[in-house]
Design a protein around this ligand. Structure first.
Ligand SMILES: C[S@@+](CC[C@H](N)C(=O)[O-])C[C@H]1O[C@@H](n2cnc3c(N)ncnc32)[C@H](O)[C@@H]1O
Length: 285
């Protein structure tokens, strides 16, 4: 904690941006780290907030999510022939843009005003990036996506804060508006969702805000496939991508009842091309 640091007057869902930030910064202390994020360390040092008292011992789950999403974005950018566009919904203080560091890409960050304000105060401007103050549920952000290449849309740590109907509607709008787009998001289980609705205490100092949407990892492919124009590319549990870092969790996640209750999901989906006849947004990536 840095008592001389910047005071962040955040609460509710916007305050949750500090949680993955803390875990990404802590990951930098490890020789076997999954991501290189010196900016996260710098942010934690500059913010006057007792991260350890709020979020407890760091865990690997947020670095896993960040790394899986980084890898997907890198692949998308590499295969995109023109100017790749990445839209980061609910980006908080994520510094992914600097980790990816590709000179061709166009980066659009979308967050609610309170969170966007923090991002503006704490992070430097970037010539390829713009910051939009919208709810991800407001289709207005879609107007900022340039015509041309189908975008990559990242929504890390966001959909659990929405109602299921809103998640469906948002994914449906993305699929309709951006044929060819790739989407990354994560999900918690219905059991964890339910616990947050009655006040899930992470530490003595911190109670997670309500997370109304949860889905079991094994139900997610059908959920995605039922959205017109959207197909799952891969759905895995947090325990899957880096097994050396999640040994016990991986073993437990093989027990069906435990998997259903606790295994969070990492999902990669694609909006099918040519699903919307007459769409004026030509896909090319
Ligand atoms: C858990 S944080 C995740 C931040 C970031 N994606 C990361 O992984 O570090 C949730 C973020 O979602 C943002 N958020 C909450 N509701 C939102 C909404 N309706 N539209 C856009 N962003 C939202 C919060 O302000 C916060 O930045």
């Amino acid at each position: 904690m840095n008592a001389q640091g910047m005071n962040v007057d955040l609460s509710g869902v916007p305050e949750t941006m500090l949680w993955p930030l803390w875990n990404r910064a802590a990951e930098m202390r490890r020789a076997d780290r999954l991501i290189d994020d010196p900016m996260a360390v710098d942010l934690v040092e500059r913010i006057d907030y007792d991260f350890a008292a709020h979020f407890g011992k760091p865990t690997v789950f947020h670095p896993i999510r960040a790394r899986v999403c980084d890898d997907l974005i890198r692949r998308y950018v590499t295969h995109c022939p023109g100017t790749p566009t990445v839209v980061a919904l609910g980006e908080g203080l994520e510094t992914q843009l600097w980790r990816i560091a590709d000179e061709r890409m166009n980066w659009i960050s979308v967050d609610v005003p309170e969170a966007a304000d923090m991002r503006r105060k704490l992070l430097p401007d970037h010539p390829q990036a713009s910051l939009l103050e919208y709810s991800a549920l407001d289709p207005a952000w879609m107007e900022a996506v340039p015509d041309g290449e189908a975008p990559f849309i990242a929504a890390a740590g966001l959909f659990m804060y929405f109602e299921e109907a809103d998640v469906r509607a948002l994914l449906g709008r993305i699929a309709e508006r951006f044929p060819g787009a790739e989407i990354f998001f994560d999900a918690i289980t219905p059991h964890i969702s339910k616990r947050t609705l009655s006040g899930l205490k992470i530490t003595k100092r911190y109670t997670a805000p309500p997370m109304p949407w949860g889905i079991a990892v094994d139900d997610l492919p059908d959920f995605i496939g039922a959205i017109p124009g959207l197909q799952p590319v891969s759905v895995q549990s947090y325990a899957d991508p880096f097994p050396k870092r999640t040994r016990l969790y991986r073993l437990l996640s093989r027990v069906p009842a435990i998997r259903r209750r606790y295994a969070g999901s990492l999902a990669h989906a694609r909006a099918e091309k040519d699903v919307t006849v007459g769409d004026t947004h030509p896909p090319s990536c």
